[in-house]
Design a protein around this ligand. Structure first.
Ligand SMILES: NC(=O)c1ccc[n+]([C@@H]2O[C@H](COP(=O)([O-])OP(=O)(O)OC[C@H]3O[C@@H](n4cnc5c(N)ncnc54)[C@H](OP(=O)(O)O)[C@@H]3O)[C@@H](O)[C@H]2O)c1
Length: 286
């Protein structure tokens, strides 16, 4: 199992592309502060920024990267296809919009944001996901994207995609945090050499008030947020913490100087109902 060993140590995707360390999240980061927040994150040492068309802040992400003075190839950028743009032609058009927003020549990682599910699309769901994925494969083959993946795909969605695809996803970005461990989905992805990224790795801050996590944090003289991120990393997961506060942006990078014991990993893994979204992709209506 690969694990992160420092802020920018790369993990290797199944196509050989390297993904540099901890990612920086930007969901709910308002467009008008995104430039400053991403600039702050790059100064703090993050080299991996996660955005999406849905977030409405791709422009600020791209501009901050361009103005950072860093070489394009030294920053890894992820964006995601929103649910209203599923399908082959729609995906092609949506990708162009995302690239225009970012103002970049290529994208490092493009993800299908959510699978089409049977609740909304009945028998058509798998075909919609396959058509969308075919567009992803063509964009990848054309060299416009370095890696392609999915988000919020559970084993049943992946099973269907893997049965029909030419190129298998390199990443699955799913909700993982203390209280919502997603063990089955993580094991499935790791068995298929698909890197798991954790969204809401702090449970949108809801995991930080738990007494088990607080006690462990005090033992290591670290914070509950750092313990949540460490718990992810020690499972071979790549977390994407988000913050708009400079001190927290920095704090969330300082997670490589302590190690949780197996017992502490189990204690955190056994927690339930701490909050966060805890979304079930087959049940969502969007
Ligand atoms: N693929 C998907 O469907 C999906 C869905 C959701 C999110 N994501 C991605 O995953 C990223 C992370 O998820 P998230 O933003 O939902 O939740 P998160 O990272 O778990 O939590 C963010 C919240 O925690 C607070 N926080 C951050 N660091 C802290 C610290 N050290 N101490 C105390 N509080 C702290 C933040 O505050 P401030 O912001 O006020 O500083 C914010 O309220 C997103 O930004 C996005 O890039 C993907």
């Amino acid at each position: 199992m690969q694990t992160l060993t420092n802020l920018t140590a790369p993990m290797k995707l199944n196509n050989g592309v390297e993904i540099p360390g901890l990612g920086f999240g930007t969901y709910q980061t308002p467009a008008d502060v995104t430039y400053d927040v991403v600039t702050e994150a790059l100064k703090a040492g993050y080299r991996h920024i996660d955005t999406a068309f849905l977030y409405g802040n791709e422009t600020g992400v791209g501009q901050a990267i361009k103005d950072s003075g860093l070489k394009r190839e030294d920053v890894f950028v992820t964006s995601k296809l929103w649910n209203t743009d599923r399908g082959y032609d729609e995906t092609m058009a949506a990708f162009e919009k995302t690239m225009a927003n970012l103002g970049l020549d290529y994208l490092d990682l493009y993800l299908i944001h959510w699978p089409a599910n049977h609740k909304q699309f009945g028998d058509q769901a798998d075909q919609i996901n396959a058509d969308t994925w075919r567009a992803f494969e063509d964009l990848y083959k054309a060299g416009k994207i370095k890696a392609i993946g999915v988000s919020n795909f559970m084993p049943n969605h992946l099973e269907s995609l893997l049965a029909n695809c030419e190129i298998k996803p390199m990443v699955n970005q799913i909700e993982v945090h203390p209280g919502w461990p997603q063990t089955e989905a993580i094991n499935y992805c790791q068995r298929h050499d698909i890197l798991v990224e954790a969204w809401a790795p702090l449970g949108e801050a809801a995991s930080l008030n738990n007494d088990v996590i607080k006690t462990i944090a005090a033992k290591y003289d670290h914070t509950p947020a750092q313990v949540c991120l460490r718990w992810g990393i020690q499972q071979g997961i790549l977390p994407l913490p988000k913050s708009v506060h400079a001190d927290w942006i920095q704090q969330n990078t300082n997670i490589f100087d302590f190690e949780l014991t197996a017992d502490e990993m189990d204690q955190i893994g056994a927690l339930r109902n701490l909050g966060g979204q805890c979304k079930v992709p087959d049940q969502v209506d969007f």
